[in-house]
Design a protein around this ligand. Structure first.
Ligand code: FES
Length: 175
């Protein structure tokens, strides 16, 4: 992290700015790597946790903080499906539709979930509670089909188990 980068971060509006505590955490993290660029993935996770998703402003902020070009940040954000560029619902339902899960009913499962929630893939319910997306292999092929709900894995998911989970989430309300 260069001195110039820190100045640029200080000038940002409060709305889209890492807290001082977070900046200290990032500074400590960067020291563990040979270059600031190596800390990009964990810093993007922090930004997504703090701001909900990675808007272009947030990506620029991350670039400034680490002294990188915006394009270097965009290359990572657009490659990995765990990084979101749009706001999503309180419950993000990520259905793996890669080969292993597809062969075990993932396509039918995601269609069922969309029908239940009355949205299309990639959309959020009007009440802001649920977003359904498709993702590449979640790395848990033995439990196919796999649905991640806010990063918690649900393996061997079925239309019935997803209906029950959606009902549970609705009963719990937003987080
Ligand atoms: S194919 Fe779905 S977890 Fe690997």
């Amino acid at each position: 992290m260069s001195a110039d980068a820190v100045v640029s971060e200080t000038d940002r509006s409060e709305k889209n700015r890492f807290s001082d505590e977070r900046l200290a955490e990032i500074e400590a993290l960067v020291k563990r790597y040979p270059s600031a660029q190596s800390a990009l993935m964990p810093v993007l996770h922090m930004a997504q946790e703090d701001f909900g998703y990675l808007s272009m402003d947030t990506q620029q902020m991350v670039a400034d903080v680490l002294g990188l070009r915006l394009m270097q940040v965009r290359e990572v954000v657009t490659f990995y499906t765990m990084f979101r560029e749009q706001p999503c619902g309180s419950y993000l339902l990520e259905v793996c539709t890669n080969a292993g899960c597809m062969l075990n009913g993932a396509n039918e499962l995601v269609a069922h979930m969309c029908k239940t929630l009355q949205i299309n893939i990639g959309e959020t319910t009007p009440d802001g509670m649920f977003t359904v997306t498709e993702v590449e292999c979640a790395g848990a092929c033995g439990g196919a089909p796999v649905v991640q709900v806010n990063n918690v894995y649900h393996e061997k998911a079925t239309p019935e188990s997803m209906d029950a989970l959606i009902a549970e989430c609705r009963a719990a309300g937003g987080q």
